[in-house]
Design a protein around this ligand. Structure first.
Ligand code: NAD
Ligand code: DAU
Length: 353
């Protein structure tokens, strides 16, 4: 059976990787991308897909109910893969309003539209609402705590993670109350091609290439569990095809690394792969800066459920994934240079000045 997917946030980092994954693996499925093209959305991420006859891009906001109603009906959508969000913790500290609007109100608007569409079509069992969420909803771990599982209580600490937690609760409630066939995934830190320069790994790659300081927050000992974005896409593929409605699946890379060690690994790769760096060795650029307010110490994911129930496991380890990523940023200056806009410089100044 061919699916008809509405992919929100498909011009962002993970969304665009997912669109490429889906078009490659399921060329007969219909793919409609809905994206507002905020600062984080970029049509260049979808280059080459416009010629694909089953692909359509629509610029629009997930808070706009009539746009969503029209797309669900006219495109006869059976699956929503919901990536659209404000996604950067530092921006949520500077201005939480957009996070509540898109992440909470936008998710509510999509759920309500999808519920009515599903009911109008007599509640088909194959419909799916996949809500792509984050491990940050579980809060922060101490060094010896066990990793987050699907039953870890929610304890979000930033405006970003609180808004994602709010959206997760709404999704859960729509299954519980209306039996809308929803699934939630909570994933750890992603990295790879098309990630906006504000996030740790692209920021370090780009600053190294420009000879700028590499700002490490606090003591650099915060821990994240890194997952290559292609592995996240294959996990979401497994969840859409085989996941059980009403369930939550945690997705992680089994790659816990302290930030400072990750930055040192990136510096070594840059020294090896980038000719004529402005500052060499790159590690000379590492600078410890003021910590992020409320900075979560450690995230780690227990991904046993998706492994045992859906047979998914990550295929790219951190050394391989970082090498692929550094090579990608080295060879795609034309992609990232235009993103260092005046707006981006103003944001950068606010966070790092
Ligand atoms: P991103 O910031 O790169 O992309 C977000 C996309 O959503 C952009 O294309 C943007 O234009 C679009 N968007 C924002 N507001 C919108 C609105 N109101 N209407 C329509 N489109 C809108 O984000 P990402 O890193 O690709 O994350 C995608 C999803 O995955 C998010 O829900 C995020 O919470 C979740 N997630 C991210 C990570 C990570 O490490 N990046 C890890 C786990 C979960
Ligand atoms: O855990 C999943 C989450 O991962 C996603 O839900 C978020 O959308 C995504 O942005 C990411 O959140 P983080 O805050 O963990 O990612 P970020 O890349 O901003 O930072 C990673 C770590 O690096 C974090 O401990 C903060 C630190 N850091 C970050 C930046 C940008 C620095 O030390 N210096 C920096 O300049």
């Amino acid at each position: 059976m061919n699916r008809r997917l509405l992919i929100t946030g498909g011009a962002g980092f993970i969304g665009s990787n997912f669109v490429h994954h889906w078009c490659k693996n399921y060329p007969n499925d219909r793919i409609v991308v809905l994206d507002a093209l905020t600062y984080a959305g970029n049509l260049a991420n979808l280059a080459g897909l416009q010629e694909h006859e089953n692909f359509r891009f629509v610029q629009g906001n997930i808070c706009d109910r009539s746009t969503i109603d029209n797309l669900l009906k006219n495109e006869n959508i059976d699956t929503i893969a919901h990536f659209a969000a404000e996604s950067h913790v530092d921006r949520s500290i500077l201005g939480p309003g957009a996070f509540v609007e898109t992440n909470v109100v936008g998710t509510y608007t999509l759920l309500e539209a999808f519920r009515q569409h599903w009911q109008a079509n007599y509640k088909p069992a194959n419909y799916r609402f996949l809500h792509v969420s984050t491990d940050e909803v579980y809060g922060s771990l101490a060094p010896n705590d066990p990793p987050f599982s699907e039953t870890t209580p929610y304890a979000p600490n930033s405006p970003y993670s609180a808004s994602k937690a709010g959206s997760d609760h709404l999704v859960r409630a729509y299954y519980h109350t209306y039996q809308l066939p929803t699934i939630i995934t909570n994933c750890s830190n992603n990295y790879g091609p098309y990630q906006f320069p504000e996030k740790l790994i692209p920021l370090m790659c780009i600053n190294t290439l420009m000879g700028k300081q590499l700002p490490v927050y606090g003591d650099g000992k915060n821990v994240r569990d890194w997952l290559y974005v292609g592995d996240h896409c294959s996990a979401l593929d497994a969840v859409i095809h085989h996941g059980v409605a009403g369930e939550t699946y945690n997705i992680g890379g089994n790659n816990e690394v302290e930030n400072i060690n990750l930055v040192r690994m990136l510096c070594q790769l840059m020294d090896e792969l980038a000719p004529n760096l402005p500052v060499s060795p790159a590690a000379n650029l590492i600078t410890f800066v003021k910590d992020r307010p409320g900075h979560d110490r450690r995230y780690a994911i227990n991904a046993n459920k998706i492994k045992t129930q859906l047979g998914w496991a990550p295929s790219v380890d951190i050394e391989q994934g970082l090498r692929l990523t550094v090579q990608w940023y080295l060879h795609h200056r034309d992609w990232w240079q235009p993103l260092l806009s005046e707006e981006y410089q103003a944001y950068y100044h606010k966070v790092y000045a």
